[in-house]
Write a protein that binds this ligand. Structure first.
Ligand SMILES: Cc1ncc(COP(=O)(O)O)c(C=O)c1O
Length: 367
């Protein structure tokens, strides 16, 4: 059979660059510190682990396809109408469903230059056209996004704060962006790191979504709640968008263990606060200590920092990565985010943070 005779995927699929997850292994070292996927160093709430274990006695039963108890728990925690929430197998799934629901062939979706890598995958996979808006100082730029809006634009994806830069748009800027978008363009506010942020000028999107027809907010249990392995996320949106997602999603897209653990995790506010406080302390410390070594750090409000390395041979991000991996310290290369000379480091345990700073000091000192 010639290549032309084989079954052919739809247009756009072969343009997708498959997502490469953060590395998790390093050979020849005794201990590995994985700081490459923005996972919480505190792990999940012990109550979430217990709830997960309890599900083991009921594995023969299908999950509740409407995720009723989980949506109620989320609604209670955030003061939201559960009818306007859809849960998904990670917020990734919800991003894919939004693209499938709102992009037809050739329709455009905008995201920013260093925006989360799932957006182009979701857009191309839905048959749409990814459109990239420039950033300013590694930060989304409302005017640059608006300049890319065309007659074919259907979605704007905004990670706020963004991964891998850690930068954010204040709520005033999000509102300015939303106000200037045509009403048929859906603004997707991806707030995967929102729980880490207590700032007067930041709002994850609840207020905006509650008062308009063309914005949604995606959230995840993978970060501060420590449930990345279970794949659990949710989206809050206007009723018509929620209807679209409920038609498209698999009938049992969220499994029972994820739901049980999610309900317990969201109820353990002390654990969430401990994770937030740990992050607040060590984010500031890492930023300051890494800068002292002469390296540039993009100001972050999330649970990771983007560290920039010189382009000089021997001092590059690739060299640093190799140096750190030999010591069991796994950071994230971000070349696929158009940042070939940077590494993203997740805020880890105190031990991991101190080890990375000491190793970076040795790396810089030995050059
Ligand atoms: C900005 C952003 N959105 C969404 C996700 C996906 O999270 P989930 O594990 O819920 O699919 C991530 C994960 O890294 C992220 O950084």
């Amino acid at each position: 059979m010639s290549a032309a005779q084989r079954p052919q995927p739809r247009a756009g699929v072969l343009d997708i660059e498959a997502y490469v997850p953060g590395r998790s292994t390093a050979t020849g070292v005794v201990r590995v510190f994985k700081l490459s996927s923005n996972e919480t160093p505190l792990g999940p709430s012990p109550q979430a682990i217990a709830a997960y274990r309890d599900v083991a006695d009921h594995l023969q039963d299908y999950p509740d396809g409407s995720a009723t108890a989980l949506r109620k728990a989320i609604g209670r925690t955030f003061g939201l109408d559960p009818a306007r929430i859809v849960c998904g197998a990670g917020s990734d799934e919800l991003l894919y469903l939004l693209a499938r629901g709102y992009l037809g062939s050739g329709d455009e979706a905008i995201y920013t230059k260093h925006g989360f890598n799932i957006y182009p995958i979701a857009v191309l996979g839905a048959g749409g056209k990814p459109v990239v808006a420039a950033e300013t100082n590694y930060t989304a730029d409302v005017d640059a996004i608006l300049a890319k809006v065309s007659e074919r634009t259907r979605i704007v994806f905004l990670a706020n704060p963004n991964n891998p830069t850690g930068t954010y748009l204040p709520f005033d800027e999000v509102k300015r962006l939303h106000k200037a978008l045509p009403p048929h363009v859906l603004l997707v506010l991806d707030a995967a790191y929102a729980e880490y942020i207590h700032r007067n000028d930041y709002e994850a999107g609840i207020e905006l979504v509650a008062t308009c027809e063309n914005a949604v907010m995606c959230r995840t249990f993978s970060k501060i709640y420590g449930l990345a392995a279970l794949r659990l996320g949710w989206v809050y949106g206007p009723a018509p968008v929620i209807d679209v997602l409920n038609r498209l999603r698999g009938p049992f897209n969220v499994n029972s263990a994820a739901m049980a653990a999610g309900i317990a995790a969201i109820a353990d506010s002390a654990h969430v606060e401990a994770a937030r406080a740990h992050n607040a302390t060590w984010l500031v410390w890492l930023d300051a200590e890494i800068r002292k070594l002469g390296l540039e750090v993009t100001p972050s409000i999330a649970n990771f920092v983007l560290i920039h390395f010189p382009a000089t041979e021997g001092c590059t991000a690739a060299d640093a990565d190799e140096f750190l991996i030999k010591r069991g310290l796994i950071l994230r290369r971000v070349t696929s985010y158009h940042l070939p000379n940077a590494l993203r480091m997740t805020v880890g345990t105190e031990e991991a943070n101190r080890l990375v700073v000491a190793a970076l000091a040795e790396f810089m000192g030995s050059r």
